[in-house]
Design a protein around this ligand. Sequence first.
Ligand code: AMP
Ligand code: MG
Length: 328
Amino acid sequence: MAEIGHDIELAAEILRNGGVVAIPTETVYGLAANALNTDAVAKIYEIKQRPSFNPLILHLANAAQMQRFAKDIPHGAKILAETFWPGPITLVLPKQAIVPDLTTAGHSSVALRVPNHPVTLQLLELLDFPLAAPSANPSGYISPTKAEHVQENLGDKISYILDGGPCKIGLESTIVSFVDKQAEILRFGAITQEQISNYIDIIRTPTIAPFENIIAPGMLSSHYAPKTTLIFGEITLESGVRNSPNNVLLNFQNYKIFVPEATQFILSKSGNLEEAAKNLFEMLRKIDSMEVDKIFAEPAPSFGIGLAINDRLRRASINVNNENKFGN
Ligand code: AMP
Ligand code: MG
C-alpha cells in the first residue's frame, strides 16, 4: 500500500531521488517523475505498463519555463499559454535537446502544460526540473480523479500519493499541437474549441467525430476503458438494455422510463456539462466494481466539454481485447 498524505517536501525528496509520486492536478491524478531523468521516466512506463511509443506531458511551474523545453514557439502558442495557464490545456511544440527522447517517445516535439492545482504548483516550485506525469492508472484503464483511485490501482507499485482532494475537472487536458505552426486540436478537453477560437485560428480538430462509429474498430484506441463492456450510443428499448437485469445505464441527465431507476446512473441531473465531466470517471469506476453485464452510455450534448465527454465514452466503448490498444 502507498502512503496517502499532504507532505509536499517528502514528495519533492522522492522525485529528486529519481522516484515516482502520484500528484493531484485539476484534470486527473498524475504519476510523476523527473522528466529529464531517463531512469525516472522509465519507471513511469514500467509502473503503468504504458507502451513506450506513447509520449508523456511535461508539467511546468510557470509559462516562463516554456523556452527551456520547447523552441520555435509560434505566437499562437504563447497566447494560449498566457491565456489558459495554469490550466487544462497542453501545447505540443518542437522540443529542445534537453528533453530526453524517452520522455517524448522519440518525437521531435514535446507536450507542455502548467497544471492548475495549488499543491502541485507548490511542488513544482520546489523542484528544478519539470515533471513527466501521465494519468496515474494502469495503461488503458479509467483515469483516477481521487487519491483513493490511485491507491486501488497502483498502491502496490508506488510509495507515496500526494493528496490534493478530488480533481475539479475530472477529464484529461485539451491537447493543441503547433508542430505544423498552426494550431491543431489533438484531443478534446476542458478548454473548449470555442474558447480557443476566441484567441487563435484552429486548422484541424480530431478527425473522428465523437460517437460516430464509422471507423473500423481496429483503427481506434481503447482507452479510459472499464473492464465491463460499454456500449456507447443513444439508449432506446431497441439497444438491448432489457436483455439482462444486470445491465446498467449511464445517462446524461434523465432516467429512462423503460428500465428500473435502481439500474441507472445520471452524470448531471441539472444537465450541467462540467458536472457531468467531473462525475464521469468516478461513476464508471463505481459501475465497473459492481460486476454488471453491460454498461449502456448515452452521448452528452456535443458542444463545449461535451465533446471531451463523448470522446472518452467512445474510447471506453472499444473492446479491451482489441489488439490495437493504445491506452495511456
Ligand atoms: P496523458 O494521457 O494525459 O498523459 O497525455 C499524453 C498524450 O499527450 C499522449 O498520449 C499524446 O496523445 C499526447 N502527446 C504527448 N506528447 C506528445 C507529442 N510530442 N506529440 C504529440 N502528442 C503528444
Ligand atoms: Mg491517461
